[in-house]
Design a protein around this ligand. Structure first.
Ligand SMILES: [Fe+2]
Length: 383
């Protein structure tokens, strides 16, 4: 008896497919070109970095599976013609990667998230202690999972030092510099170039939809807070979009199909983009939302779409401002809020002119955070 565990019970070919029968009764059918393209031999992929060493056009169009058999280690050996190319796949690799047993995983999709609303955090908001994430990779991993799952966390006890927000980013990823600099100040200004720098309340929004690509993570560090008001408001934009879809599929479809222009200008800047307010992936799942009434540009839509767009836009705007979707809290001095800017909308209530309110903000990106999450997760699994 083989000392290697076998969990493939039968191998065969039918037409242009390899058919694998698994010991749990499942059956996989794998297209010959997919299998040749995913060859794991050292001539096909670099052994150190796993990168492919050939292009799909290097595979003959007439490729077919000539032979398939198991070797003494129970690996699956496939001979492709006309190249006379042998590929050896481990059973584990085939089970983990074969496309018909593994649904497309998209860590940006609504399906992978814990959608939330007003009463979802009755056990407390996701607070994390700053020093703990710097010292303990398991706590850092938990914080990154919060970004993936609920779209935000609040760091406590961040040193009240100007520029500290950049040190926080360096723990998690890389700073995204913009025309506002590596960081920006949020405090009342005379003749501000942005309404954020006044004491007005701001409606729920995502930041910078006029950029291409949009910064995907925003951090706001509270350095001073002695005003009345100025509370922070967060809304789960994916939840808001699912409410819209439940209430009117037609309005939801309209916003996924209508691309609108956003713009930001000041004397030295003119940023423009054209994007949908709700973006879907290839499985029709929500992956990004953008909403910012201050920076929406002239709306250019065909005459036969403009009425349905305004109906949908009004409906969604009304959902976003529902109290039932909002969480409201006050950032204290030393708190830092980190939010997924592709999902979470933020707002702030108006504040008094007395007292001081000073925050510093900066941007980073989800790809860097998710990369660290994947690395830390793999490290934790490997003990
Ligand atoms: Fe903002």
């Amino acid at each position: 008896m083989s000392k290697h565990k076998e969990f493939i019970t039968k191998l065969s070919t039918i037409g242009d497919e390899l058919v694998i029968e698994w010991d749990d009764g499942k059956k996989s059918r794998i297209f010959s070109h997919w299998l040749r393209d995913h060859c794991q031999m050292p001539t096909s992929v670099n052994a150190n970095n796993g990168q492919r060493l050939f292009s799909v056009v290097d595979i003959p169009e007439e490729t077919y599976i000539d032979q398939v058999y198991k070797d003494e280690k129970c690996n699956v050996c496939v001979v492709f013609q006309p190249e006379n190319h042998l590929s050896v796949f481990s059973q584990e690799w085939l089970r983990k990667n074969c496309y018909d047993q593994n649904l497309q995983f998209d860590d940006r999709s609504e399906k992978q998230k814990h959608l939330w609303q007003k009463y979802s955090f009755e056990d407390g908001l996701p607070f994390v202690n700053y020093e703990d994430i710097c010292k303990d990779d398991n706590i850092k991993l938990d914080a990154l999972r919060m970004v993936r799952d609920v779209g935000f966390f609040i760091l406590e006890n961040v040193p009240i030092i100007e520029g500290q927000v950049l040190n926080v980013i360096s723990e998690l990823g890389y700073t995204r510099e913009t025309n506002y600099g590596t960081l920006f100040e949020v405090r009342t200004e005379i003749n501000p170039n942005n309404l954020a720098y006044t004491n007005m309340g701001l409606g729920s929004h995502t930041d910078n939809p006029y950029r291409d690509p949009v910064p995907t993570v925003q951090l706001l560090h509270c350095l001073e807070s002695s005003t009345e008001g100025g509370d922070s408001v967060l809304v789960d934009g994916f939840k808001a979009a699912t409410v819209l879809r439940q209430e009117s599929e037609e309005d939801f479809d309209t916003l996924t199909r209508s691309w609108v222009n956003y713009r930001f200008t000041d004397p030295s800047t003119d940023l423009r983009s054209r994007v949908p307010m709700i973006e879907l992936n290839d499985n029709n799942e929500i992956v990004k939302v953008r909403y910012n009434n201050r920076s929406i540009d002239t709306i250019h839509l065909p005459d036969n779409k403009v009425r349905s767009f305004y109906k949908a836009y009004r409906h969604w705007s009304e959902i976003i401002e529902r109290d039932s979707l909002k969480i409201i809290f006050k950032l204290s001095e030393g708190d830092l809020m980190l939010i997924d800017n592709t999902r979470i909308m933020h707002a702030r209530t108006a504040f008094s002119k007395e007292g001081k309110r000073h925050l510093q903000g900066a941007y980073t990106d989800l790809d860097g955070l998710y990369s660290l999450l994947n690395v830390l997760e793999a490290r934790q699994q490997n003990g």
